[in-house]
Design a protein around this ligand. Structure first.
Ligand SMILES: [Zn+2]
Length: 319
């Protein structure tokens, strides 16, 4: 039953949108806001919602589709999500194939309303190639705060384009938030530099941390690929276990949006070689923490991750 309803909704929202569209345009990109009250926006991940909220301030009501612990690589839009997106004025998503199972929905929505892939605005020279998807970059851009700042700027650009009457407000909000992120970027760099260079190795459940590694000087290994859509095989586990054993890496990390059994299997494989690797804590990789907690905001999520990583690799108590 699920699929036909979903398709009907897509078709219905398409039909409404296209008939509302002027004849010369079938793209939502150049539209401007005609309403009086706040703009309603739907965002996919918590991180994207956070950026739009920071820039939109009181002018934009933002709803995130994916809550704590939700894996965006595997996420499929429910009927409720499609209904919410068809009612919203604007859609924001990460893009770069992060929400790989929602691509078609975004393409259809983009014909009707501004549907903005914030990751597409990041300078190409700063993106890494993905091992998982040929021709598509690694989507985990929020791990380098300085790259995420480009996303925030693009959220301001997209909002100003849609609602030009409040362009100055968006620019002002963005400037305030960007100043906060700039100091966060410095803070993360300083914390990471406190770990001796040889110990700066980050091993996690899936390969999400390459941008983090490049920005803050860590060697990065993931048990699964860039997307969680492919599972790690026993060969991958043994290979990584041998690496941890040889380098005597003190800690490996679980992620809030990936089942812990993968990292537990890796820990067991290392222990069977006679080396006791610790699980250094849980990182917020592809989803933020619960709303209302410090980790439920982008800066809080970043601070939690850095504190957890640095403490575990220095052999201190968990953060
Ligand atoms: Zn991921």
């Amino acid at each position: 039953m699920k699929k036909p309803i979903f398709q009907m909704l897509i078709l219905a929202c398409l039909a409404v949108g296209l008939s509302a569209c002027s004849a010369e345009s079938s793209s939502g990109a150049g539209k401007t806001y005609a309403g009086d009250g706040p703009i309603s926006a739907v965002a996919t991940t918590g991180m994207v919602a956070d950026a739009v909220k920071a820039v939109g301030g009181e002018r934009v009501r933002v709803e995130a589709l994916m809550g704590p612990g939700v894996d965006p690589h595997l996420y499929k839009a429910s009927e409720g999500d499609v209904a919410r997106m068809s009612k919203a004025d604007m859609i924001f998503y990460n893009g770069l194939h992060l929400e790989g199972k929602m691509t078609e929905v975004f393409e259809k929505l983009n014909r009707i309303k501004p549907t903005v892939a914030l990751g597409e605005a990041v300078e190409k020279s700063r993106l890494f190639a993905s091992q998982t998807y040929t021709g598509s970059p690694d989507p985990h851009i929020w791990f380098d705060v300085s790259i995420w700042m480009q996303v925030v700027r693009d959220a301001a650009r997209a909002l100003a384009e849609f609602d030009p009457a409040h362009a100055q407000t968006y620019q002002h909000n963005a400037d305030v938030y960007l100043a906060e992120l700039e100091s966060l970027h410095r803070e993360v760099g300083e914390a990471c530099a406190s770990v001796p260079e040889g110990k700066r190795v980050l091993i996690t459940a899936h390969d999400a941390f390459h941008y983090f590694g490049k920005a803050y000087g860590f060697e990065v290994r993931g048990l699964q690929g860039i997307s969680t859509a492919t599972e790690a095989g026993t060969g991958d586990v043994q290979e990584l276990a041998a690496f941890i054993y040889e380098r005597k890496i003190p800690a490996i990390f679980v992620e809030s949006s990936v089942p812990t059994r993968y990292i537990e299997a890796l820990q067991a494989a290392v222990q069977s070689r006679g080396f006791d690797v610790k699980i250094g804590g849980s990182l917020f990789s592809d989803a933020m923490g619960a709303p209302g907690t410090p980790e439920g905001s982008y800066p809080g999520m970043v601070r939690h991750n850095v504190k957890t990583i640095v403490n575990a690799l220095l052999g201190k108590d968990p953060a």
